[in-house]
Design a protein around this ligand. Structure first.
Ligand code: PMP
Length: 347
């Protein structure tokens, strides 16, 4: 769906004259003496502000992800991109956002922080997406729809055809959070940016790239939307240590591929072994590095595992997930520790 950005963006953001930092005014050339940014001359390289647009890192990410640099935004985790989308498009106390339910909790928290109404719309009982139900929850004040595929906490990919229906029929922004897409064989939506000028795809270094500590998230969108995100973000939102560490990780692509392979093979063996435990009622299919399982007594089993020094996520009070635990795939040793403990469980 083509969109009228000027109509969608908050007026104050559209008119914003962004902060111009020293490193934006002077970003390249042969200067060697920097007396422009009130930095200390000592303790190189951490004395200097980092590149506000993270150009070197963006070029490397663009190569790995197959997305143009101009269509790439980098932030302090994908959580920064989620917050920016709300701040750019949603007028507090007037606009609303629609999201699938259950899903990742930060969409709702960020909406509430921004005083924006959040409208959760239940997935089907098998966790599949019903585009019609989502679209009918929108009105003229709905600016953003949040989708997550593979979805957290359910683990499944949303059906491409249903997502496309939303992208084609909704005149606002559709966020497709693909934090877990490296664990799935489905074609990622970031490859289809050109066809969908209203789409913002989220990726992160926190999952398959094994770098949650450095806080680096990505948003892929049209050049115009990325330009708006760059104007609204804090000037130096990605630290130099993070930029350096992310570049180092991107050079370790083959190692990351091996880790993903191991997680996928462990996912197969762990879910198989889990499904025949007496306490297991159902293991739901997963395209992510975690799985959701319905068990005989989620709270008791959660507490029992804690007493064994093993932490999983109790999702039993989440919509459509009664009795469910969410379990991340660990190393073979960690997964065996989990299975060993559960085999000893006496309900
Ligand atoms: N999206 C989803 C679907 C997630 O599950 C998470 C973290 N659990 C995030 C985004 C957050 O990613 P980041 O660490 O990049 O902020």
């Amino acid at each position: 769906m083509s969109i009228d950005l000027k109509r969608l963006v908050r007026q104050n953001i559209w008119n914003l004259k962004p902060y111009s930092c020293a490193r934006t005014e002077y970003s390249q050339g042969s200067a060697t003496v920097f007396l422009d940014a009130n930095e200390s001359p000592y303790n190189n390289p951490n004395n200097r502000y980092p590149d506000p647009l993270q150009r070197e890192l963006k070029a490397a990410i663009a190569r790995v992800k197959g997305v143009a640099e101009e269509c790439t935004f980098l932030g302090n985790g994908s959580d920064e991109a989620i917050d920016l989308v709300l701040r750019i498009f949603c007028e507090p106390r007037r606009d609303n956002v629609v999201a699938i339910s259950p899903t990742y909790g930060m969409y709702e928290v960020c909406a509430h922080i921004n005083d924006v109404e959040y409208r959760p719309v239940r997935l089907n009982d098998d966790f599949s997406l019903n585009a019609g139900r989502l679209l009918s929850a929108t009105d003229s004040h709905t600016k953003v729809i949040f989708l997550c595929s593979p979805n957290n906490p359910t683990g499944n990919c949303l059906e491409r055809e249903q997502v496309e229906r939303i992208l084609e029929r909704f005149g606002g922004i559709v966020v497709v959070d693909e934090a877990y897409s490296d664990f799935s064989t489905e074609r990622p939506f970031r490859k289809d940016l050109r066809e969908h000028p209203n789409m913002v795809v989220l990726n992160t270094m926190s999952k398959a790239w094994a770098s949650a500590a450095i806080r680096l998230g990505m948003a892929f969108a049209s050049e115009e939307i990325v330009e708006l995100m760059n104007r609204v973000k804090y000037p130096y939102n990605v630290s130099l240590p993070t930029q350096k560490e992310a570049l180092a990780m991107l050079r370790r692509g083959p190692q990351v591929g091996i880790w993903i392979g191991s997680i996928l093979s462990e996912r197969r063996s762990l879910t198989e072994a889990f499904s025949i435990l007496p306490l297991c009622e159902k293991v739901f299919p997963t395209d992510a590095n975690f799985f959701l399982a319905r068990v005989s007594d989620a709270r008791k089993i959660y507490d029992y595992l804690i007493s064994c020094g093993i932490v999983v996520r109790d999702r039993s009070r989440v919509e459509l997930c009664p009795g469910a635990l969410r379990i991340t795939i660990g190393t073979p040793d960690e997964n065996n520790a989990l299975l060993g403990a559960l085999r000893q469980y006496k309900g």
